[in-house]
Design a protein around this ligand. Structure first.
Ligand SMILES: C[S@@+](CC[C@H](N)C(=O)[O-])C[C@H]1O[C@@H](n2cnc3c(N)ncnc32)[C@H](O)[C@@H]1O
Length: 247
C-alpha cells in the first residue's frame, strides 16, 4: 500500500469531503454529465477497452458504471473515506459484475503496475490536486497500452455563486435552493479544511495538458467544456505500436 505523500490538509480535505462529494457526484446534473461523457468515451465506439485504471476514483461513480458494462476495473485513490463509500456501493452490486480491484494509493508516486497494463485509463477531477500533474500523466502513460485511451477531466476552481446563478436561470428557484444545499456542504468543507486553498486548487491550463500529451505521441480525440464551464474534458488516444491510432 502506498504511503500518503499528499499534504495532511489535502488528505483531511478529501476525507471530510467524501459524503458531501458523493452526493454531488450522484445527483448534481452538471457533474453527472462529466461521468456520462467519460462512460461514453470508454464504452462506445469500435474499440473495446476491457481493462481500465481509474486513477483518483473517489466514491466510484464512474467505476460502477463501467462495471455495469462488463469492464475490468482497477481503482485507486488516496482517501480512505472515499474508498469506504466506494466499497459500500460494490457490496450492493451483483457479485458477478464485480470485476474490480480497489486500492489506496497516491498519484504523486510511481504506480505499482507494470508498463502497458491497461487498455484505458481515466482520471476525473483528480489531477488538479497534484504537485506535478505531468509526472502523474507520465505514469498514466507508462501503464497504458499502445493504442489505448486516456480520459482526463480537468477541473478549474469552481465559483459556487456562478453555479447557483446558472442553476436558477436554467431550472428556477427551487432547483437553485436544492443545489445551494448540495454545493454548500462541499464548498463550506472545502474552504474550512483547506487552509492552502489556492495551492490545492493550483490550476494548469488544459492546453498545457494537451500539448504534453501530444508530445507523448497522443492524439486529442475529443475536447469538451462541461460542468457549467468549470471542466475541461479530454479524450486522448495513444499511438499503437505499429504507429496507428485504433478507435
Ligand atoms: C473531486 S474528487 C473526484 C473523484 C472521482 N474521480 C469522481 O469524479 O467522482 C477527487 C479525488 O481525487 C482523490 N485524490 C486527490 N489527491 C490524490 C492523490 N494524490 N492520489 C490519488 N488520489 C487523489 C481524492 O481523494 C478524491 O477522491
Amino acid at each position: 500500500m502506498a504511503q500518503l505523500k499528499g499534504s495532511f490538509t489535502e488528505k483531511i480535505l478529501w476525507d471530510f469531503y467524501a459524503s458531501a462529494y458523493d452526493d454531488l457526484a450522484r445527483y448534481y446534473a452538471p457533474y453527472r454529465e462529466v461521468m456520462d461523457e467519460a462512460e461514453k468515451a470508454l464504452t462506445s465506439g469500435k474499440k473495446k477497452y476491457s481493462t481500465i485504471l481509474d486513477a483518483g476514483c473517489g466514491t466510484g461513480e464512474l467505476a460502477i458504471r463501467l462495471l455495469n458494462h462488463g469492464k475490468k476495473l482497477t481503482c485507486m485513490d488516496v482517501s480512505d473515506s472515499m474508498l469506504a463509500l466506494f466499497r459500500k456501493k460494490l457490496e450492493r452490486m451483483p457479485e458477478k459484475k464485480i470485476n474490480c480491484v480497489v486500492y489506496k494509493g497516491d498519484l504523486n508516486d510511481k504506480l505499482g503496475h507494470k508498463d502497458k497494463s491497461f487498455d484505458a485509463v481515466s482520471s476525473i477531477h483528480a489531477l488538479f490536486m497534484l504537485d506535478d500533474k505531468f509526472k502523474a500523466l507520465n505514469e498514466l502513460n507508462r501503464v497504458l497500452k499502445p493504442g489505448g485511451r486516456m480520459v482526463i477531466a480537468h477541473v478549474k476552481p469552481v465559483s459556487i455563486p456562478r453555479l447557483l446563478k446558472l442553476e436558477y436561470a436554467e431550472n428556477g428557484f427551487f432547483a437553485a435552493v436544492l443545489v445551494f444545499f448540495r454545493l454548500f456542504k462541499v464548498g463550506f468543507i472545502n474552504i474550512i479544511v483547506s487552509g492552502r486553498h489556492k495551492k490545492v486548487y493550483g490550476i494548469t491550463p488544459a492546453d498545457d495538458i494537451i500539448n504534453h500529451m501530444k508530445r507523448k505521441g497522443y492524439s486529442l480525440s475529443a475536447k469538451k467544456v462541461l460542468y457549467r464551464g468549470f471542466d475541461d474534458f479530454m479524450v486522448f488516444d495513444k499511438k499503437a505500436e505499429n504507429g496507428s491510432r485504433k478507435r
